[in-house]
Design a protein around this ligand. Structure first.
Ligand SMILES: C[S@@+](CC[C@H](N)C(=O)[O-])C[C@H]1O[C@@H](n2cnc3c(N)ncnc32)[C@H](O)[C@@H]1O
Ligand SMILES: [Zn+2]
Length: 280
């Protein structure tokens, strides 16, 4: 990365290049960068300063996240170990096949940002926005070198202008299809990733009191709100080391306030459904 330029200046440059994409969380007017104060302001003078680490906080409420720093940092280790590489490649392929040059992509509920960062490296020159309500996640996301615009914001009230995006990614996170539909350009798609029933089965089996998972409700909601264009089932086993197992356990809220019992398994099941949908 360019030496001598701070993270905040680099981020300001990225946001400046996309003036018109972001909207004010107070009054919904378009935000534009104000270089002298490294902030984005709307015509009604609501201003939001870029944080020193280079993210923008457009969330007005108070957070009460079940996700903390330790969880996000464990998740970053798991991505770095390549556990989700098949998912990243599949999503990149689906975005590429659309044939849009420099597609504008929102990762809604991006957590600590590994998926966005990896996609940024795999795709030609995407315009990527990583958004999460958890500031701890977004703070960690700024540690990636990828040229992603990081936002703390609520995906149920997206601070993005209407009809501005080619793709909304929504990976293992809550969804708001009304908002996703509003921000998509005509013909744009939502790519949603949801767990299958075997996802992390070896962790669930070792946590007393954790019930079997069913994705019926999440899938039903997607089918109600979107027209499914394509689907893919990724089902594979990831080999474990002691250290990776520790991170796998720590990266899931399932293990909060519970102790894992039994031996370390040799592998863990990754079972994910990838759906592509257009607005009904
Ligand atoms: C299981 S994590 C998945 C994170 C990331 N997509 C990944 O796969 O590593 C779910 C994420 O959704 C975020 N989230 C939950 N509610 C949200 C909301 N209303 N707006 C934005 N993000 C939200 C959480 O903070 C968390 O980072
Ligand atoms: Zn405003």
């Amino acid at each position: 990365m360019s030496e001598g330029i701070s993270k905040k200046e680099q981020a300001l440059g990225r946001f400046r290049a996309h003036n018109g994409l972001f909207s004010c969380p107070v009054c919904e007017s378009t935000l534009v960068t104000v270089d002298s104060q490294a902030s984005l302001c709307c015509e009604n003078n609501h201003c939001f300063d870029l944080a020193r680490k280079g993210y923008l906080n457009l969330f007005l409420g108070s957070q009460n996240s079940q996700y903390d720093k330790a969880l996000f940092s464990a998740r970053q280790k798991v991505f770095a170990a390549g556990i989700y590489d098949p998912l990243v490649s599949a999503v990149a392929e689906w975005i590429e096949r659309r044939g849009v040059e420099a597609p504008c992509i929102l990762d809604a509920g991006c957590g600590e940002g590994s998926l966005s960062a990896m996609l940024s490296a795999q795709l030609g020159s995407p315009v990527l926005v990583g958004l999460d309500i958890a500031r701890d996640g977004i703070t960690l996301a700024t540690s990636h070198q990828a040229p992603v615009m990081w936002l703390v914001a609520d995906l149920a009230r997206l601070p993005l202008t209407s009809a501005s995006l080619d793709v909304v990614l929504n990976v293992l996170s809550p969804a708001n299809y009304a908002e996703f539909s509003r921000v998509l350009k005509p013909g744009g798609v939502v790519i949603k990733v949801l767990p299958g029933e075997d996802y992390l089965a070896e962790i669930r089996d070792r946590l007393p009191g954790v019930a079997a998972y069913s994705n019926d409700e999440v899938l039903g909601k997607f089918q109600d709100k979107m027209e499914i264009e394509d689907r893919l089932h990724l089902h594979y086993r990831a080999q474990m080391t002691d250290e990776l197992w520790k991170a796998m356990v720590q990266m899931t809220p399932l293990s909060q306030n519970r102790k894992v019992q039994g031996e370390i398994p040799r592998s863990v099941t990754i079972d994910l459904h990838v759906l592509e949908g257009t607005v009904v």
